[in-house]
Write a new protein. Sequence first.
Length: 425
Amino acid sequence: MTSTPLAERLRPETLDELIGQQHLTGKGSILRNALENHKIPSMILWGPPGVGKTTIANIIAHTLKAPFYTLSAISSGVKEVREVIEKAKHEENAILFIDEIHRFNKGQQDALLGAVEKGIITLIGATTENPSFEVNSALLSRCQVYILKPLKKEDLIELLNHALKADAILSKKNIEIKETEALINLSGGDARRLLNLLELTADQISSSKNTGEPVIITDEQVINAAQQKVALYDKKGEQHYDIISAFIKSIRGSDPNAAVYWLARMIEGGEDLKFIARRMVILASEDIGNANPTALVLATNTFQAVNVIGYPESRIILSQCATYLASSPKSNAAVAAIGKAESLVKQFGDLPVPLEIRNAPTKLMKKLDYGKNYQYAHNYENNFANMEFLPEEIKNTVIYNPGKNAREEELRKFLKQRWKEKYGY
């Protein structure tokens, strides 16, 4: 038992024992209701490391007393998937848990499709990556996606206190946690890392004491115990989400020096390079947009290049993109535009499309004046016809307001020449 890590010894077997994720597992929650009704769908559990993905899968299997198979996408392939499916054909309600399912390629994911669709297995996939990008659409459409949240400070403290009381080994050591900051910061919100760090520290302190003496845990002792165990990425307690936030905000703030520093921190810490590249694609549109449309082109090409070029060369491509984006003019006009448009949709509902710009593929539609009086822009001077494209209820509403930068000022000038009277550009 002593060779089993603390996190494994304390792994919950029921939803009531699980700390955190109350939005999924609390009373009246969607996952709890499904489990109580014995109607568990295939699902993808998406969240950061150490927040309960594997634990929830085990709880489901334990509660339903179902055949439970586990595969890791790092070490398993199509062969192993097919072997599990073949076994599951001779059982009822078999569950297949695949950790890090985002690492399965399309062929490996496709091997699951038929079995999931026919109900041969109930798939539970765990991923730290956005499944919209990493799980193919056919498989994703057959699964419910449940988002697990990072554990809060109070969750982590509750977990520490629970460990001291409930664990058969630690409960005998007379342990007192005097300070929690180092444990919480160095764990980065990862419950598994938190518990293992607690055990490591307690073992190191108790080894120098007589049996029965109090074991007092302080921040300094935690740091000393962890110094050989903690990765560079977490050496001073910054979490995965803090570093990526600093990176994005440095680019948004037009500071290429800070941007490339935080990039290096992520690379040295072993961050998934595709995750970094994907965030830059989003930023190129969200924070730069039409102030420099080339930014999105470069960011998209960077993402593709990182998929093709391995480490260490790909770090150069990421550096080029990050410094370019940081040095680019900024605009959030595209974000503001889609936000305002979505608000109009929610406010006014499904407004009818003006007859003039409706499609008219049939005689009946033409008879109903679909497309009547439509003015084909290319038949007019400057390829522009002054007609109404918005629904009557919201006509003359300015939705896109170009940013105040050189490129979008050109767009504003173009729009003003055509729409000054209508939109006031």
